[in-house]
Design a protein around this ligand. Structure first.
Ligand SMILES: CCCCCCCCC/C=C/C(=O)SCCNC(=O)CCNC(=O)[C@H](O)C(C)(C)COP(=O)(O)OP(=O)(O)OC[C@H]1O[C@@H](n2cnc3c(N)ncnc32)[C@H](O)[C@@H]1OP(=O)(O)O
Ligand SMILES: NC(=O)C1=CN([C@@H]2O[C@H](COP(=O)(O)OP(=O)(O)OC[C@H]3O[C@@H](n4cnc5c(N)ncnc54)[C@H](OP(=O)(O)O)[C@@H]3O)[C@@H](O)[C@H]2O)C=CC1
Length: 291
């Protein structure tokens, strides 16, 4: 068996005998999260729409498993309620428990808001918001209500909005708000729920999602990141591992930005075009801005 390349800063066996679902666990950020959890002893169920990618990732993940961890992969479109119900029941049948739910599956396309078709808007809202809700609800109904657990939602840097990503920014902000609500509503069920907001994280699949412009857009955006580099998928998985760990036992309802400070800097990718500004409101000519 080949050696695992996973290096974690967390203690070996930290998640021994634990079980996680990671949606979108076959690619990019989700794959790194799955690998680090497995490396720390957690059995992992990876779930998304494309069976071939899942199978390849599961094979790779098997190499990363430590401390008795096992991997299972299953096709699930998180937009489909029945798929999500089956994902959770299959996890329980297979591994007998569910400690962590990582809602990582999601995405969007670049589009000015006024050009967006309803179908495209709905696709992104149903994936990022409704799909996340369905996974959370099923995890709660089928296991966490009685047994507690930790939920981590991967969102995005929507702090200042995100021009050209109106659908996704709205959905991710809604997920953050949902997380705050459930942190309180389900505190007595011993469930913690937090979000991780990645900045611009490099992965082959993330770049490929934006087609021919993907590479160029990623490269152009680097100058707008105070850290002057892209994030690595491992920097997101470490944040997720922390939030799942007992060390985060008092952290709930929060969003951890892992973004090289981009959320505090300039709005990514978008410059306001030149235009004739509005007159504005003033009482008399003398107070009108002269500069
Ligand atoms: C400037 C900022 C740079 C920013 C670039 C840099 C970004 C850095 C930060 C990175 C953030 C990331 O999240 S990177 C991770 C990216 N990964 C992903 O997004 C993977 C998952 N994404 C997807 O599966 C898709 O994008 C998603 C739309 C969500 C679901 O697609 P589906 O095919 O399943 O959806 P369907 O139900 O078939 O509906 C598709 C409809 O969506 C609309 N649609 C889909 N693609 C479209 C497109 N390119 N332009 C217009 N409209 C589109 C059309 O109306 C489609 O219908 P028709 O009209 O009938 O065709
Ligand atoms: N990379 C970045 O810079 C950033 C990423 N994010 C978010 O992080 C998450 C991971 O992205 P990243 O790894 O970069 O990109 P990827 O494109 O590699 O990951 C997206 C994953 O989501 C899965 N997915 C998409 N739609 C569904 C669905 N309906 N049901 C189940 N699974 C689905 C995909 O699998 P499949 O196609 O098989 O369904 C894929 O594995 C996404 O939510 C993304 O939007 C947020 C901010 C920045």
């Amino acid at each position: 068996m080949a050696n695992s390349a996973v290096k974690s800063v967390f203690a070996p066996g930290l998640f021994k005998s634990r079980v996680a679902i990671v949606t979108g666990g076959g690619t990019g950020i989700g794959q790194a999260i799955s690998r680090e959890l497995a490396h720390l002893g957690c059995s992992v169920v990876i779930a998304s729409r494309k069976a071939d990618r899942l199978a390849a990732a599961a094979e790779k993940l098997a190499v990363d498993c430590r401390e008795g961890a096992r991997v299972h992969h299953t096709v699930c479109n998180i937009r489909q309620e029945a798929d999500v119900q089956r994902l959770v029941s299959e996890t329980l049948d297979k591994f007998g428990r569910l400690d962590f739910l990582v809602n990582n599956g999601g995405g969007q396309f670049v589009c000015p808001a006024s050009d967006m078709k309803l179908k495209g808007w709905n696709a992104v809202i149903e994936t990022n918001l409704t799909g996340t809700f369905l996974c959370i609800r099923e995890a709660h109904r089928q296991w966490m209500k009685r047994n507690g657990g930790s939920i981590v939602n991967i969102v995005m840097d929507a702090y200042k909005g995100w021009p050209m990503f109106a659908h996704s920014a709205a959905a991710r902000s809604a997920v953050e708000n949902l997380s705050k609500t459930l942190a309180v509503e389900w505190a007595s069920d011993r469930i913690r729920i937090n979000c991780v907001a990645p900045g611009i994280i490099y992965s082959e699949t993330a770049v490929a999602n934006y087609g021919e412009q993907g590479r160029e857009v990623f490269l152009r955006s680097k100058a707008r990141v105070p850290a002057r580099r892209f994030g690595h998928v491992e920097e997101i998985s470490a944040a997720v591992a922390f939030l799942c760990s007992p060390a985060a036992g008092y952290v709930t309802g929060q969003t951890l930005y892992v973004d090289g400070a981009v959320s505090l800097y300039r709005t990514q990718f978008f410059d306001v075009p030149e235009f004739e500004p509005a007159e504005g409101w003033y009482w008399e000519e003398s107070s009108k801005a002269k500069l």
